[in-house]
Design a protein around this ligand. Structure first.
Ligand SMILES: [Zn+2]
Length: 354
């Protein structure tokens, strides 16, 4: 069971290692100290994937991680880790309970529900695994932990350092991004490295953005196409931009400039130890292909191009590359109509994948 539900190859964090690396080099000792704490937690959780299954089970037991129950409708459980690294922690709000007086708890509850509703309303999907998996999240994880992640069973949110990052429950697109890693895990299980990993990241960004657009009832022209616009402190900053990769943050005093390319000629050929071969950095390329196709078709993103990408997620092989995703999405679009086919071709051409 554990093997099946564990996130493929890595645990899926929202903040990429290249952003954490910058904070580790900060001149501000407080920022550096908090970044180091987050870095240690990341490495500890990451180590889980390298060990033997038996050892992993023991570690899961030590971390108090339990696979969540399967149910038949929307059921949410929100836990408080109380700034420890215990998962899931204490149950503080379950389905149907009234608001707690903790904003992290209530945001997590609301956004888990919004993500469930989006997948259920638009794609008739019953939760992450399409079998009604209960949605669990733990908040207040670690000490000023600068990340949020999906560990294969549940969402985990840090409080952030309060200097660079706000609380990690703040943006619906971030929650949607993380839960979509769970959806991908149960569909094509894209391997979390190189181009298949960048596609995995891209699906999370695309669906995360669409979940926010759906909640706000925004058309493609009205959407900001940003991930983590509130999470990264400062009006001009976000984690990633689907509209314009490489511009989510520019000349940030601690983080520098967003390194994402939007076209294949600028593709970053990285080693496996660098962001798993560039999964967070190169995902800007398929992200932008989707954006271009969505703008071309207009209206609500989830009505046409979103549906194409959802079918794509169900049809891809786990080691697919960008070219394979382009070819398959064009075939799917073709079944929908000429306009859809042309829009998808335009998207992949603009980012130079075809
Ligand atoms: Zn991710």
């Amino acid at each position: 069971m554990i093997e099946k539900y564990f996130c493929h190859d890595d645990f899926c964090r929202i903040i990429p290692p290249y952003m954490i690396d910058k904070l580790l080099e900060s001149k501000d000792s407080k920022i550096r100290k908090m970044a180091l704490l987050s870095f240690k937690i990341d490495n500890f959780i990451r180590s889980v994937r390298f060990i033997h299954k038996k050892e992993r089970d023991l570690l899961m037991e030590e971390l108090k991680i339990k696979p969540v129950k399967i149910v038949k409708k929307k059921i949410r459980h929100i836990y408080d880790s109380q700034n420890s690294q215990h998962l899931p922690g204490i149950l503080v709000r379950k389905e149907g309970d009234k608001l707690s007086n903790d904003k992290e708890v209530d945001e997590a509850y609301e956004y888990l529900g919004d993500t469930y509703d989006f997948y259920n309303t638009i794609f008739k999907r019953n939760s992450i695994d399409n079998k009604g998996m209960r949605l669990d999240a733990s908040v207040h994880y670690g000490d000023h932990y600068n990340n949020a992640f999906w560990n294969g069973w549940q969402m985990v949110f840090g409080d952030g350092d309060g200097k660079i990052f706000n609380r990690f429950t703040l943006d619906l697109d971030v929650v949607g991004h993380e839960l979509t890693h769970g959806v991908t895990q149960h569909e094509c299980a894209l391997i979390y490295r190189f181009q298949s990993g960048a596609l995995n990241e891209s699906f999370s960004d695309i669906f995360g953005s669409m979940i926010k657009q759906f909640k706000l009832n925004q058309t493609v022209d009205q959407a900001d196409w940003l991930i983590g616009a509130n999470l990264l402190i400062g009006e001009k900053y976000a984690i990633r931009s689907l509209k314009s990769p490489g511009t989510a943050y520019v000349n940030h005093p601690q983080l520098g400039t967003d390194p994402q390319p939007s076209t294949m000629d600028k593709y970053k050929d990285l080693e496996i130890y660098q962001d798993n071969g560039g999964v967070h950095v190169n995902c800007g390329i398929p992200n932008h292909a989707f954006y271009v196709a969505a703008m071309e078709l207009g209206g609500y993103a989830w009505e046409k191009v979103g549906l194409i990408w959802y079918k794509l997620l169900q049809k891809l092989d786990s080691n697919a590359n960008f070219e394979r995703a382009a070819k398959l999405s064009i075939e799917i679009a073709e079944e929908m109509g000429e306009q859809e086919r042309e829009a998808v071709i335009k998207g992949w051409k603009e980012v130079m994948v075809i």
